[in-house]
Design a protein around this ligand. Structure first.
Ligand code: SF4
Ligand code: SF4
Length: 363
């Protein structure tokens, strides 16, 4: 199995350790030992020692990890199981042992530029995009999840930038955001090439506002680390927080109590759990869940929902239960996948809103 020495050391360190098993949103949802970082490490260490074949069964387990870094964040000895999981996914791809549903997502990416296949753009969204100027300093990058699964969120994000008086545009045909291929096959040539194509498409713009936290994390973490993303990419919460600070958006602070569902990829990978709080604090009162900020628990994942919908529904329901225990009235999200899973699980009396929806309601 082609993985780095660091990955081998990590799965050897993790294979007999159970210290982070309680932190895994997937393991908590399934209750299965196989979903802990420890179990995944143990099977990979066996593969490395020749006691187990890297086959479809082992590789299917690799895709039951959301790469949310909850385990890595909790690890007091500093190991990061997401690294060996991503490298092992690429190794499984190279050895041709990916599960069929992962091959389908990859085929969709190759054929249509999105993991969701050929999805016609929502009519109202297409119309709104067509009405925008073609040239502007700011590009709002919507990403595949919003375009395919939640166009209403994309429209609200556009309404919010318009309300702030920002001259911006949205590409009618967005390049593949590389998030999906980064998630599915890690540092493969295809992922780097997709990021490069996106970076080339960003060249005419001074600022790229990335609507979905998952895409922003891929561009700003791996894209920058590999030197292929040179564009000025900012997350949507960071940009909205800056518009409030500059006085371009002046929401009226009300009595609504907001509870934040931090996007794990923004909070942990990009080390930013403050931008969303800057925005929410301008809107109303904030009531935190027990685990929040950089310690957040995943609340949903759009890509995984295509092949393990029942588990992701449970992930959303568990997180929503935690929000209810914390006394949440309005839960604010910063990723499409979490919005979809949490809103599907919201009980009567608890609202789930996206960040832009929350701000728009206070203008
Ligand atoms: S990441 Fe740390 S806490 Fe989790 S299994 Fe590995 S060594 Fe243990
Ligand atoms: S990265 Fe997240 S989903 Fe994967 S093992 Fe760690 S805590 Fe679980």
């Amino acid at each position: 199995m082609q993985v780095s020495q660091k990955s081998k050391e990590t799965f050897d360190a993790c294979r007999f350790c159970w210290m982070c098993h309680h932190i895994c949103p997937i393991g908590n949802a399934t209750g299965h030992e196989r979903n802990t970082a420890r179990a995944r490490a143990l099977s990979l260490s066996l593969v490395e020692r020749g006691g187990l074949a890297l086959d479809e069964e082992v590789s299917s387990n690799l895709y039951e990890c959301a790469l949310c870094s909850g385990c890595a964040h909790d690890c007091i000895t500093g190991w990061d199981p997401t690294k060996f999981t991503k490298e092992a996914r690429l190794a499984a791809a190279l050895e041709g042992v990916l599960p069929p549903y992962i091959n389908t997502l990859l085929d969709n990416l190759a054929d249509h530029g999105t993991p969701y296949g050929q999805v016609a753009l929502d009519g109202a969204l297409a119309e709104a995009i067509a009405a925008l100027p073609k040239e502007a300093d700011v590009l709002l990058f919507l990403g595949a999840d919003a375009r395919a699964l939640y166009p209403a969120g994309a429209l609200n994000a556009m309404r919010l930038l318009t309300a702030a008086g920002i001259s911006f545009t949205v590409l009618e045909n967005e390049p593949d955001d590389a998030y999906a291929s980064n998630f599915l096959i890690g540092a493969a040539e295809e992922t780097r090439a997709a990021m490069k194509r996106a970076n080339d498409a960003f060249a005419p713009f001074k600022t790229i506002v990335c609507y979905d936290g998952t895409d922003a994390a891929a561009f700003l973490r791996e894209g920058k680390e590999w030197g292929v993303v040179t564009a000025n990419v900012v997350t949507f919460p960071t940009y909205i927080a800056s518009l409030i600070k500059q006085g371009k958006l002046s929401p009226k602070k009300g009595k609504t109590v907001y509870t934040i569902q931090d996007c794990a990829y923004i909070a942990r990978e990009l080390d930013d759990d403050q931008s969303i709080r800057t925005v929410v604090d301008a809107l109303g009162e904030r009531r935190e869940m027990l685990v929040s900020g950089k310690a957040t628990m995943l609340g949903g994942q759009a890509l995984m929902a295509t092949y393990m919908a029942d588990v992701i529904a449970k992930v959303g329901a568990r997180r929503m239960h935690e929000a209810v225990i914390a006394g949440a009235e309005t839960v604010v999200t910063e990723s499409v996948g979490e919005y979809l899973a949490l809103s599907a699980a919201a009980p009567a009396g608890v609202k789930v809103v996206t960040l832009e929806e929350a701000v728009l309601s206070c203008l």
